[in-house]
Design a protein around this ligand. Sequence first.
Ligand code: F6P
Length: 345
Amino acid sequence: MRLGILTGGGDCPGLNALIRAAVVRTVRTYQGQMVGFEDGWLGLFKSRARDLDLPAIKGILPRGGTILGTSRTDPLREEGGVQAVKDALALHELDGLLVCGGDGTLSAADRLWEAGVPIIGIPKTIDNDVPETDYSFGFDTALCHVVDAVDALHTTAESHDRVIVLEVMGRSAGWIAVCGGLAGGADVVVTPERPTSVHEICNYIRHRQARGRFFSIVVVAEGARFEPDPDGRTLEVPQQMDQFGRPRYGGVGELLAREIEARLKTETRTVILGFVQRGGTPTPFDRLLGSRMGVAAVDLAVRGEYGRMVSLQGGRITSVELAVVRQGPRTVPAELFETARVFFG
Ligand code: F6P
């Protein structure tokens, strides 16, 4: 058996654990071979491939990022993209392709599977928003960075009686903001799926001030949306696009901080955590999840169960149809947000 593997979209901690697990399972358990494509789908077009044998994966388990590199190239946006993927599989004599990514990469994988390419999907993203899996690896490590930041910001915000707005990642779903805010003890959390008004955010801060708590930590997801205030004013967040036609986020925290400061006359500062969230050493949870998913993906290929995505459900690794990615991002359930809200203000 010969399999290919690629990592696409934004990188995240745990990808190397996945690659290592897939190689070990293929080579040691099944005496097969693994070919790694570099920089996501780009590697298939440019024929940037390398054999992944056991020496190639030595020492990579604790390393963040991905030894294969990654990109946001979408094969279906390229002229002749589907055929190019099929040709690459034929050229490298592959039985199937393991595709590890978030919404963009897995959506492409789903459409390629429909076009007859034998593919198995593996969910990864720090945003934790892939449907039908309880967690995607990368999220737990990102959460640790966010909680470290909230802890650190507490001591300095308290010393200076400041409001600090911490902007975290999360385009369409506020998993990082809600879980990071809950675990770190944030005083308000603002997400894409539960729009809040600036008026309401200021009221939470006012309540704290009335209780003698003169500092506050506000965690805001980069894709946060806002409701109008009672007087009709709404925080407008200008939208920029990246070269792949996706919204480029970043900056909502500063806009919110300026509004809070103007309304409450309380010094308000902003911290954008940015790519720190995607970097560094994977936590044990992410290493475990990457390893379990890598083994399970190869097992699916061996059984010929293509067109499926490995998934974590209730603690068990299972698989679902790759088509689940058509559901769109998995948002934070109301119950979890309400739990976080118990601690607001
Ligand atoms: O991987 C998902 C993500 O972390 C989003 O939360 C974020 O908006 C995006 O990646 C930014 O990635 P890049 O700037 O590398 O495209």
